[in-house]
Design a protein around this ligand. Structure first.
Ligand SMILES: [Cu+2]
Length: 208
């Protein structure tokens, strides 16, 4: 029996029909059970992951490029890469479950792409604050935000964030579309004076 490898909870996408809170509730309820049904033939396999929202996906080896000569780190930042959290995720991570660490003083380029076929998304680097903002706020670094922060960029649109990480501290990479960030669409940026090389790692998810 052919069993295709399905990215985590990608199958939630077809269920994302209703908007807002109702859609989120649907995803949560579906993730309670673990149902694996493999259809033989033309139909794609359907996999509903147990604890789909909690299982950490792998960090992609191509997401980070490091140029030690120019001290530039380039990060492929993908909104809605998977169906996790109703696609309210970056690179398949939510609620700070992914952390980009950058040495202080380095140049940061984030190539933003919206992979979500349904909802617009945006991204900005903001201060690590709580409660989380309900919409766009002032970015923590100049040019550390995408176009159309509030409206979001539609499916497969791209934009770059380019800034110099000239102040150490903890920051959030946050979707500015109202409600998205507060619903978990954020990951972390650490600007550190004690590391010499950028890194990207899965980190414990939780409220800032
Ligand atoms: Cu969003």
């Amino acid at each position: 029996m052919p069993v295709a490898r399905v990215p985590q909870c990608m199958v939630f996408k077809p269920f994302r029909l209703a908007g807002g809170r109702g859609r989120f509730a649907t995803v949560k309820s579906l993730s309670v059970a673990c149902i694996v049904a493999v259809a033989v033939g033309a139909a794609p396999p359907v996999v509903v992951c147990a604890q789909g929202d909690a299982a950490a996906p792998a960090v992609g080896p191509s997401w980070l490029q490091v140029d030690t000569v120019t001290k530039t780190v380039t990060f492929q930042l993908v909104a809605g890469l998977t169906g996790l959290n109703g696609a309210l995720n970056f690179n398949g991570f939510r609620d700070g479950g992914l952390t980009l660490t950058v040495p202080i003083g380095w140049s940061v380029v984030m190539h933003f792409r919206n992979h979500d076929g349904m909802l617009p998304h945006s991204a900005e680097v903001i201060a690590d604050t709580h409660p989380l903002p309900t919409g766009p706020v002032a970015p923590a670094f100049a040019r550390a935000f995408t176009l159309r922060l509030e409206q979001g960029l539609i499916s497969e649109q791209t934009d770059d964030l380019r800034f110099i990480a000239d102040r150490g501290g903890s920051y959030l990479i946050f979707c500015g579309v109202p409600g998205h960030g507060a619903a978990g669409m954020w990951v972390r940026l650490e600007v550190s004076g004690s590391v010499h090389r950028p890194s990207l790692a899965a980190t414990p998810a939780g409220k800032p």
